[in-house]
Design a protein around this ligand. Structure first.
Ligand code: GLU
Length: 299
């Protein structure tokens, strides 16, 4: 099924990658791994590299973290090919896509709370046919009873039976916030992204995004989900687990550590931009561990 949606996709380049942090806390070492991998993978394919700040979830924005992200991009020697975009400036675009989906009867309003969904949080059609008004309700996508599979460049084949494993999923929350799943799919299309490189914690979102993208008639993307940096408690580094903020004064050391964690050859300078140029030259995806978690502990 193809919807006649916004025709904004750039002329497809062979490779357009992106780094898309959420400003829910300062960037940490796990974010740096993603930034380095997205950058080296794009550049080693002669591709373009974009930065997008995923800030639709306004209540979760951590004060100062957008500024920290921008400072890090610069201090660590990353050079985006386009002006950095902020999703909170693009809410109309997501609303337009929602309206198109509504016109096609592919979404519905839902009043179920997480509690009502039971312990596995899989949504079972409870409101699908209630025809509730859209105002002040969550908006869910009707998913078909299909299995979606994709081959991840590191993690191999990954499949989900959408209805059984995931259920109808939320595109807009009751409080009016556009959900990550919708914003990411729309922006990857509008920015002409071809390759997604990100942490393996997002692996389980991919089938939802592939399904939504296909409904909208967008081209399918290429995916690579990176192993996650863990702390000494066995938790993934995250803002919630209080991972240390990247220190821009330690940029060369941290870059060297990130290159090492991705099991790439050492670089022999301490100037961030030149370190990245060397890392691009030497970039070899087959050296990255094919697993969900990296060995060792990080801060
Ligand atoms: N904004 C997401 C995050 O910071 C990443 C989204 C993506 O790469 O698809 O975890």
């Amino acid at each position: 099924m193809t919807l006649p949606l916004l025709k904004g996709g750039k002329d497809a380049a062979n490779y357009v990658g992106r780094f898309a942090p959420s400003p829910t806390g300062p960037l940490h070492f796990g974010s740096l791994l993603t930034a380095v991998a997205t950058y080296c993978d794009a550049r080693s394919h002669n591709g373009r590299w974009l930065v997008r700040i995923e800030d639709t979830d306004i209540p979760r924005i951590y004060p100062g973290s957008e500024a920290h992200i921008l400072r890090c991009i610069d201090a660590f020697g990353f050079i985006p090919d386009e002006e950095i975009i902020f999703q909170k400036d693009r809410l109309d675009l997501y609303e337009n896509v929602l309206a198109e989906l509504q016109a096609q009867d592919l979404v519905y309003a839902c009043q179920c709370t997480r509690k009502m969904l039971g312990s596995n949080h899989i949504y079972q059609d409870n409101c699908r046919n209630l025809q509730l008004p859209f105002a002040n309700q969550a908006i869910r996508l009707k998913v078909a009873d299909v299995e979606i599979c994709f081959t991840d460049r590191l993690q191999g084949q990954h499949c989900s039976a959408l209805k059984r494993d995931l259920g109808d999923f939320v595109l807009k929350r009751r409080d009016g916030i556009i959900n990550y799943q919708l914003a990411v799919v729309v922006d990857d299309y509008l920015q002409g992204v071809t390759h997604v490189v990100r942490g393996a914690d997002l692996l389980d979102n991919t089938e939802r995004q592939i399904y939504l993208g296909a409904l909208l008639g967008y081209p399918r993307l290429d995916y690579m989900h990176l192993p996650l940096a863990m702390n000494d408690q066995g938790q993934k580094l995250s803002k919630q687990n209080l991972a240390q903020a990247l220190d821009i004064n330690q940029a060369p050391q941290l870059l060297q550590q990130a290159i090492h964690a991705l099991q790439q050859p050492k670089v022999d300078t301490d100037h961030p931009e030149i370190m990245l140029a060397q890392a691009i030259e030497q970039w070899d995806v087959s050296r990255i561990p094919h697993q969900i978690e990296l060995q060792g502990h990080y801060l």
